[in-house]
Design a protein around this ligand. Sequence first.
Ligand SMILES: Cc1cc2nc3c(=O)[nH]c(=O)nc-3n(C[C@H](O)[C@H](O)[C@H](O)COP(=O)(O)OP(=O)(O)OC[C@H]3O[C@@H](n4cnc5c(N)ncnc54)[C@H](O)[C@@H]3O)c2cc1C
Length: 348
Amino acid sequence: MKDVDVAVVGAGISGTVFCWAMQRIDPDVRIVCIDRLDDKRFDRYHSICGEAVSKQAFKELPFSPRCVCNRIEKVREIWPGDIVIEERAKGYILDRPTFLHDLQDECEEVSFEKRTLRSVRRDGERMVLSTDIEEIVCDVVIGADGAFSTVRRSLFGSSAPVTIPVSQFIVDEVSDSGVIEFVYGERYGGGYRWRFPCGDFSNVGFPHGCDEVPERTLAKGGRHIPIGGVESIVVPGACLLGDAAAMVNPVSFGGIRVAMLSAVKAAEAVAKGDLGVYQRWWDSSGFSDPIFMKAYEVSCRWRDKDMIEFMTPFRHGYRPAAIFRALLGNEKHVTVAKAYMKSFRYGW
Ligand SMILES: Cc1cc2nc3c(=O)[nH]c(=O)nc-3n(C[C@H](O)[C@H](O)[C@H](O)COP(=O)(O)OP(=O)(O)OC[C@H]3O[C@@H](n4cnc5c(N)ncnc54)[C@H](O)[C@@H]3O)c2cc1C
């Protein structure tokens, strides 16, 4: 049996950033971080991602961007009705597995171990984790174990309102350097097809089964995106981060930034000895605004003709006058227009 102060379940983006931030705030806290995947499978799992993060994400984090494969300068959106919008947008495509290993290497005081969590229970003031290898006893459990979180199932009894299966392909084609491209249409059911630069290749993806497998595919994979949040992200002795808390933005489907930020906020709350601080941060944050989920629900029902109607005012870009017209205009589009505008700030 292992006895620590904090047990982190999941060494993905949220779990690793939590360890990094917690160790920096208080190096004396004894932390174990477990992940069910060994090196090769871990890297494979974490490379199934668009790996795009905005520049603004790093303004609110205690570390700079690192392991950057490509810089993003522009977003291109392709809508039905031949509407193509190009906007300036600054960000990065990360080499996500290397990014995680890099941060983990700096967590000298944290013990990273390959273990699969089976369940968690409370025992008096302490928490007991049953894993495939041993029991771990701790004061605080951090649920950073992704879309189908075992911590959430054991302690919170909740699940993500919507979980979207997504397919991703590495394609032997060079993408426009610095441009991330999104194709919208009713076939993507409230989602989109993306195409991002990925070194000398392209990273392409879409909701599972909504489009053809791209030609010249070199590798393919799939994972789930949980959206819609969960009722509570804190219970006594435990909290949920990132995908375990279904924090992914339901309009942009960006989850890396909020996973990293939630990890930093949770570390601050653990250091204060008051997890309630973390719940209050989330409840009052722009990331958890219910308008995003409302917009997702509306856009899931959209046909191509609705998208054309919605996007026509923006044909020449997201100009203030067009935004103003959209917000005052057709009532059925106002929720989506508001969520889109807000997602520029909180989406990725
Ligand atoms: C195809 C795809 C493309 C995406 N593209 C982007 C993008 O371009 N930009 C963006 O911002 N977001 C993107 N996202 C969303 C983003 O990947 C996630 O929001 C983010 O990875 C969440 O990180 P996390 O650490 O919370 O969870 P995860 O990355 O899922 O990590 C969870 C970790 O927990 C481990 N684990 C799970 N269960 C257990 C267990 N029982 N015991 C021990 N360990 C366990 C897993 O092995 C994993 O390592 C994409 C998602 C998908 C599916």
